[in-house]
Design a binder for this molecule. Structure first.
Ligand code: FAD
Length: 277
C-alpha cells in the first residue's frame, strides 16, 4: 500500500537464509486466546513477573513444541534428514536448510533411533530451544505434538504413520547404516556419520519445512519513521515501523520483536503529534 502512494522500497532482495522449522500447530496456545487491551497487558506483565521460573519454562516449552525449530545438534549427533520422497538429499552437516528449500514442498523428515532419543531426552541434547529460557526434548514432542513425531518398533511402522513413502524411508536408512558400517558416505560425503539408526524403537519427526523467517525489505523511512518517496522526500502523513520499514538489518535473538515494539511505539507517538488538535 505504501509503494502504491509513492513510497520507496529498499532491501527487497535481502533475506536471511531459510530455517528448518516444524509447521506451527493448528491449535492456538491458551495464552494466544487471552484478550488484549492496555490494562490487561499490564496485568499479564505484572502477573508474569510474580510467576515462578518453572511456570514460565513450562509455558515456553509449550511454545517450542508447537512452534519450534529442530536444533542442528540433532544432525551432528547422528539423525538424518529425508525429503517427502523418503530420500536423503544432502550432507546433513552442511547447510541442510538451503538444501531442504530445494526439495518438493520444502518438506523434510528427521529420522533417529531409541539410542539417539534417550540422548535427546535431557540436557545437553535437545530438539529445540528458546535459548536460556527453555529446552524441549523428544518426550516433550511426544506429549505435546504427537502429529509430528511417530515411534515404532520397526522403522516402517514409525514412518508409515506420518511419512508418505515409508518403504523408501526404510531403504534409505538401510543404505545410510551401510555407510556407517563402512565409515564412508558415498552419496554426500557426510562425516561424522554418527552411530547409525539401528536400535528399536525408531522415530520419524516431520514434516519440518524450510521457512524464510526474516526479510529485510520494506518502505524507506527517515529517523521520524516518515515514509520517503523515490527522490528521498517525506510523504506527508505516511509512517512505517517494524518489519514493514525496510533498511534496518539486525541479527540476533529478540531484535526483530524488540524493534517492532520500539519502532511501533515511537512511530505511533510521532504520528499522533502530527495530527492537528
Ligand atoms: C518463523 C519466524 C521466527 C522468528 N523468530 C524471531 C525471534 O526469535 N526473535 C525475534 O526477535 N524475531 C523473530 N522473528 C521476526 C519477528 O517475528 C518480526 O520481526 C516481527 O514480528 C515484526 O513485527 P511487525 O509488527 O513489524 O510485523 P508483523 O508481526 O508481521 O505484523 C504485521 C501485521 O499486519 C497484518 N497485516 C498485513 N497486511 C495487512 C493489511 N493490508 N491490513 C491489515 N493488517 C495487515 C498482518 O496480518 C500482521 O498481523 C521471527 C519471524 C519468523 C517468521
Amino acid at each position: 500500500m505504501g509503494s502504491e502512494v509513492g513510497g520507496r522500497l529498499v532491501n527487497m532482495t535481502v533475506f536471511k537464509r531459510p530455517d528448518i522449522r516444524f509447521p506451527p500447530a493448528k491449535k492456538k496456545l491458551w495464552h494466544e486466546l487471552l484478550p488484549n487491551s492496555r490494562f490487561l497487558v499490564n496485568m499479564y506483565a505484572a502477573g508474569s513477573s510474580l510467576l515462578p521460573d518453572s511456570v514460565i519454562t513450562t509455558i515456553a516449552k509449550g511454545i517450542l513444541t508447537t512452534r519450534g525449530a529442530p536444533d542442528f545438534g540433532m544432525f551432528r549427533e547422528g539423525a538424518i534428514l529425508v525429503n517427502n520422497r523418503g530420500e536423503r538429499f544432502t550432507d546433513e552437516l552442511k547447510n541442510p536448510h538451503q538444501a531442504l528449500a530445494e526439495q518438493p514442498e520444502y518438506q523434510g523428515y528427521i529420522i533417529f533411533d531409541s539410542k539417539f532419543a534417550k540422548k535427546f531426552s535431557s540436557w545437553p541434547c535437545f530438539v529445540s530451544t528458546a535459548a536460556g529460557v527453555a529446552y524441549a526434548y523428544v518426550q516433550d514432542y511426544e506429549r505435546d505434538t504427537p502429529d509430528i513425531i511417530s515411534k515404532g518398533q520397526t522403522l516402517r511402522e514409525a514412518a508409515a504413520r506420518i511419512h508418505p513413502q515409508p518403504d523408501t524411508v526404510v531403504r534409505t536408512v538401510e543404505r545410510y547404516n551401510s555407510f556407517v558400517e563402512k565409515q564412508g558416505d558415498t552419496d554426500f560425503g557426510r562425516s561424522p556419520l554418527g552411530d547409525g539408526i539401528v536400535t528399536p524403537p525408531f522415530y520419524v519427526m516431520g514434516p519440518a519445512m524450510a521457512y524464510i523467517g526474516i526479510t529485510w525489505g520494506g518502505l524507506d523511512v527517515d529517523s521520524n519513521f516518515q515514509v520517503l518517496n523515490e527522490p528521498g522526500q517525506v510523504i506527508p502523513g505516511l509512517f512505517s515501523a517494524g518489519r514493514n520499514a525496510g533498511g534496518l538489518m539486525m541479527m540476533g535473538h529478540g531484535l526483530g520483536l524488540a524493534w517492532a515494539l520500539t519502532s511501533g511505539r515511537l512511530a505511533g507517538k510521532i504520528a499522533a503529534r502530527s495530527v492537528p488538535a
